[in-house]
Design a protein around this ligand. Structure first.
Ligand code: NAP
Length: 316
């Protein structure tokens, strides 16, 4: 167990967590930022950001790097760790990771989301051999190949456009006849000569030998099943929360999204949640950073009150 008691431990170094670290460390709170992967969260999987004020065009990994450097500028400590559990002991919260135990007066949870999977035959078998959830990571493996993208939200639409940098053709398979993605993105996709769209269609199976060679499609209106040749499948069908490690705290809804009030407070004093992990979050970089600021200000107040109470009890 580490001897230090941190004022705040921030779990997850995405845009929300990194912003919170800037604010808490700049307020002289002893801050530890923990991340199990590469700092940046979903920014690392995003080719281009064009709606973060002051950047009309920046790559996700570049913005992540800028934020990460900034997050450590005022003295926050950084650790690579996979958090397994948090135990609430009242004025102290204990954070258990794979190989260390940390203690803090408060916690900000900023662990975001992971991609949903289709759960169909062939998906696990061909993961990394034609099936992917990350165009930025894997797109370059598909130069002059034909791809399908599954989904109809912002991610599916944005990433289908990105994949045309490499692929000779990208077919977007959407289960409905209307996209939920922002109209500006849909418009760009529709105008892209390399993108075809197939509506009212779901993938039943991913088929191949050593690697993917086709998908089995079903038209949800007619029930017709067809084989569609493809070299790769990119799944963008939404997100699941990364919150297994807080199961025991009873701060989530039944799907695992963390419930907070508008000040980012969970139902446990001293534990806050920010960004994409929050129930009903808008899931934008800019809103995650706003959440980070809000939680940090709340933490400042909480730790100040806690310190004042313990000073009072020492005197009495
Ligand atoms: P999303 O908005 O939840 O969209 C998921 C899409 O997948 C929907 O079109 C959904 O269809 C479809 N889908 C879900 N389950 C499916 C299944 N089993 N089979 C086939 N299709 C299925 O997810 P997202 O696009 O990953 O976006 C997540 C959040 O991040 C959103 O809030 C989004 O706005 C945000 N985001 C923003 C940006 C940006 O601002 N540039 C970029 C990326 C993501 P239905 O439409 O029929 O439900």
């Amino acid at each position: 167990m580490s001897d230090s008691i941190y004022d705040v431990i921030i779990i997850g170094a995405g845009p929300g967590g990194m912003t919170a670290a800037v604010y808490t460390s700049r307020a002289n709170l002893k801050t530890l930022l923990l991340e199990r992967g590469v700092p940046g969260g979903q920014l690392q999987n995003t080719e281009e950001i064009e709606n973060f004020p002051s950047y009309s065009h920046i790559s996700g990994p570049d913005l992540a790097q800028n934020m990460f450097e900034h997050s450590l500028k005022f003295g926050a400590e950084y650790g690579q760790a996979n958090v397994q559990n948090i135990v609430d002991e009242g004025s102290i919260k204990v954070v258990y990771t794979d190989n260390q135990v940390y203690r803090a007066k408060s916690i900000i949870i900023a662990t975001g989301t992971k991609y949903k999977k289709l759960g169909i035959p062939g998906e696990e078998e061909f993961a990394g051999r034609g099936v992917s959830w990350c165009a930025v990571c894997d797109g370059a493996f598909f130069k002059e190949k034909e791809l399908v993208v599954v989904g109809g939200g912002d991610s599916a639409v944005e990433e289908s456009i990105f994949l045309t940098k490499f692929a000779s053709k990208v077919t977007v398979l959407h289960r409905r006849d209307r996209f939920r993605a922002q109209p500006i993105l849909v418009d760009r996709m529709v105008k892209n000569a390399k993108v075809d769209i197939v509506y009212n269609t779901v993938v039943k199976e991913i088929v191949g030998e050593n690697k993917v060679n086709s998908v089995l499609l079903e038209n949800v209106k007619t029930g017709e099943v067809t084989t569609f040749p493809t070299d790769g499948v990119f799944e963008y069908i939404g997100m699941n929360p990364v919150s297994d490690f807080v199961k025991n705290l009873n701060i989530t809804d039944e799907e695992g999204w963390i419930i907070t009030d508008q000040r980012m407070k969970t139902n446990i004093p001293g534990i806050y949640a920010i960004g994409d992990i929050r129930k009903d979050a808008v899931r934008q970089v800019v809103t995650a950073t706003g959440d980070g600021c809000m939680a940090a200000i709340e933490v400042q107040q909480y730790v100040e009150n806690l310190n004042a109470e313990s000073a009072k009890s020492l005197l009495s």
